[in-house]
Design a protein around this ligand. Structure first.
Ligand SMILES: [Zn+2]
Length: 381
């Protein structure tokens, strides 16, 4: 039987007259087992610790590649997520670890989009088309349970025995029970609570064909996505703008406009109502009453900077003209949010213009910070 593969340690044991050689590490049921005194099952904490350095490398490589956004996003999915998730179906995640990796994902996302810390996580998450680690963990665990339930192969049977062995009150079982309840898949949660892991157990419960279908992996994954979506929408109940974003957002996938450029960042921030202009709720607390003005002297609101401020007039001339031609009196904000369906040319023009305006606004803020007074330099194109 070749279930256990791996390197040998040099230790040899005698068991009932047979010689057994201990292994340094082995993979068993998708779990990495480490031999020796410090051995055991590699925990998710270990996975997470290991990825910290990989994140640095991914960022470095993405920057060097010249397309930080595309390469950075790919590296996140292929290098980092897979390492964190390694064997996670069989492992217990504690809440802190999960929060920690969700935070890592948000931070990485902000780095990819070049956004400030005040930008809402839900917007970065939604526009990057990422799953949360909650979704990923539930999918991995559910797949593990279903595999053990549905398959009658040796590995599944051994898996079943192992799951029983972990003990009824173990954290792992509690977690699985809680997850299946959250998903609202009653049959699966009943099976789990009753530990009916064997084919006979399943048969005894009298599960009908329909219920069996609901327990299939694809169905369960769809359900995980639905619940994940609901959890995401809950984070966006703050105001009218964010609620609208939650509503208008269709699939949780990477948006077509997303290219890591300034304009795309502006749209993302607008959708999440977190463009850090001084009057915006998300950053207003940072500024005193007398600090909430634009360098031109007006109150610095989102509309002021993007549509009205004289400092950026030249940067929006063409955009405004073309917008009026194509969309008449329609609110400019619809174009920036990208909820209005415009011609491809106009769409590009909108993003390019707001990108330039925002870049210029950031430059002025930097100058202000350096104490060079209000940015009275002319706008360069
Ligand atoms: Zn102004």
């Amino acid at each position: 039987m070749r279930l256990l593969l791996g390197r040998y340690l040099n230790r040899t044991w005698e068991v009932r007259g047979k010689r057994v050689r201990e292994k340094a590490e082995a993979r068993y049921l998708g779990v990495e087992l480490i031999g020796g005194e410090e051995g055991g099952i590699n925990s998710v904490e270990e996975n997470v610790k290991k990825v910290a350095s990989v994140i640095g490398m991914a960022k470095f490589a993405a920057k060097r590649s010249g397309s930080r956004f595309v390469v950075g996003r790919e590296a996140w999915k292929s290098l980092i997520v897979s390492r964190v998730m390694y064997a996670s179906g069989a492992l217990v995640w504690n809440e802190n670890v999960r929060k920690n990796v969700e935070r890592m994902q948000s931070e990485y996302g902000r780095w990819m989009w070049r956004l400030e810390r005040t930008v809402r996580n839900a917007a970065v998450h939604g526009e990057s088309g990422w799953s949360s680690f909650w979704e990923r963990e539930v999918k991995a665990k559910v797949a593990f349970v279903v595999r053990v339930l549905e398959e009658d192969l040796l590995v599944a049977r051994v898996g079943g025995a192992c799951l029983m062995e972990i003990g009824m009150r173990s954290k792992w079982w509690k977690k699985i029970g809680k997850m299946t309840e959250e998903l609202g898949v009653d049959v699966l949660s009943n099976l789990v609570w009753l530990r009916r892991m064997s084919a006979i157990g399943v048969a005894e419960m009298g599960i009908c064909e329909d219920e069996r279908k609901r327990m299939r992996k694809v169905e369960l994954e769809r359900r995980v996505q639905e619940v994940g979506r609901m959890r995401w929408e809950e984070q966006l109940q703050r105001n009218e703008r964010t609620r609208r974003y939650a509503q208008e957002k269709r699939e949780m996938k990477l948006e077509l406009y997303a290219d890591g450029q300034d304009g795309a960042g502006v749209r993302l921030m607008m959708r999440g109502d977190c463009l850090p202009v001084r009057m915006n709720e998300c950053v207003r607390w940072k500024y005193g009453e007398d600090e909430r003005r634009c360098t031109c002297g007006e109150e610095e609101t989102e509309r002021h900077v993007l549509f009205e401020c004289v400092l950026y007039e030249r940067l929006r001339e063409e955009w405004l003209r073309r917008w009026r031609e194509e969309r008449g009196e329609e609110d400019l904000v619809e174009g920036v949010l990208g909820f209005a369906v415009t011609s491809a040319d106009l769409e590009r023009l909108v993003l390019r213009s707001v990108g330039k305006i925002w870049k210029e606004r950031k430059r002025r803020e930097r100058e202000k910070d350096r104490g060079q007074g209000p940015g009275l330099t002319f706008v360069r194109e």
